[in-house]
Design a protein. Structure first.
Length: 78
């Protein structure tokens, strides 16, 4: 996670400080949009994964928590 945050900080440094909240908000929206598109496209495979592999539930929860942490980080930056 630290490497993602450092890459994000480097990316954010390309913009003036006054645009950081706007850039963070746009990135969060793009991330949510991308996740929705992947889920819509691969929804059947996600259902099969959850039904056939009960061990995948903790992995999916961990991925969801990571995505939520990234979105919270994007929205909490100055």
């Amino acid at each position: 996670m630290d490497s993602i945050f450092s890459i994000y900080t480097q990316f954010l440094n390309y913009f003036p400080a006054s645009l950081h909240p706007i850039v963070s908000f746009l990135l969060a929206i793009l991330l949510v949009y991308g996740i929705i598109k992947v889920i819509q496209k691969e929804f059947v495979y996600i259902i099969v994964l959850v039904v056939l592999l009960p061990a995948s539930l903790p992995i999916l929860k961990n991925i969801w928590e990571s995505v939520v942490n990234i979105i919270n980080f994007l929205l909490s930056k100055k």
